[in-house]
Design a binder for this molecule. Sequence first.
Ligand code: F0G
Length: 424
Amino acid sequence: MDVKLKCIECDKSFDGGAINRCVCGGLLDAVPDLESLRGVVSKELFDKRIGSREFPYTSGVWRFRELVNPIVLDKDIVSKSEGNTFLYSHQRVREYTGISNIVLKHEGENPTGSFKDRGMTSGISEAKRLGMNAVACASTGNTSASMAAYASLAGLRSIVFIPEGMIAFGKLSQALAYGAKVLQVNGNFDDAMSLVQESAEELGMYLLNSINPWRIEGQKTIIFELVQQFKWEPPDWIIVPAGNLGNTAAFGKAFYELVELELIDSIPRIASIQASGANPFYGLWKNNLKELEAVENPETIATAIKIGNPVSWKKALRAIKLTCGVVEQVTDQEIMDAKAIVDASGIGCEPASAASVAGAKKLMEAGVIDPKERVACVITGNILKDPDATINYHLSRLDGIFSRFANKPTVIKPTLEAVKREVG
Ligand code: F0G
């Protein structure tokens, strides 16, 4: 079996190695030999592996190993049994969005609390296969938490570049605790991203941001697993929060491969949702621009997607075009209200994740999504990642945000009378 790395700009092909960009500067795709996979992979094969206790098939990533990294050997696979995330359907979410057939796929149920683990098990395993010693990434938090955990598990050094003071505490604490070298860059995520690219090349660190094609290969499994949960009959829409655009890119590639391999016969439309204060991809799509215009000072309460210059925009645009998709933006108010609904449904998520649900509501109200269509929203991160945002919402302490669904705690005297008065 064979995988080539191929430039999305000039089509030049490479046999592999620790490279993330073509000589022309273009991003690379890992291109599996679909011809040789035909007849090897099947719905039955993937279904048979569900519930397996055999390594690495306990993982919802490696269950699809032929479509993730067909050349990596078991000895190099670094897995925390990622994936196998649940689909939630809740009346409160249906009523809020106005969509009768909406489900949420909770990627916050991954081992370090975000979807990043799917791309990270794939990226770190490739780093081991290549014999790398050190890995690096820039991050708004979740990538660094995930990379730190997987690198330590693999015995690799990890160096993370984060924008100082701009990442949620749950994520920073994970990166520190898992033992990464944490560099707090005086600047925003986009500054950290340029610096890590320069440093990785100069210092021989293996770059594990989503410009690494193997990260994308792992993240495709969100779609593989979702489609499998839908009994191989995909929904009409997949809605995903969008920041650096790795997921949007991965989802398009996943659908392309599933159709080519005749594992599905229709492709859902992807809706990629940005925060309105960090919306360069929305601007590109809405105004039909040829090149992405970066947002200089991105601003949103959803720090995970506070990104002004997303690296994977060309791959993401390809995904939107392939799937007749759309790009939408939502305000911080819409994000926090949607989060309150997801949280109060017992599902729970971090702010950026709720952009998908806020986006679903907006697209339904605009008539883009029909209320009867089957819609799957991806919830990207766990509720515990950013407790500050949650508490400040419920205490009505967020500047410029009205806490419409606040659930304020009550202070009482230690008496039964006081309890009765409150509880009724
Ligand atoms: N949701 C969460 C919770 C995220 O952490 C991210 C990205 C996204 C959505 C956006 O996904 O970049 O694939 O479009 N977080 C990255 C990080 C940038 O560094 O953790 P994307």
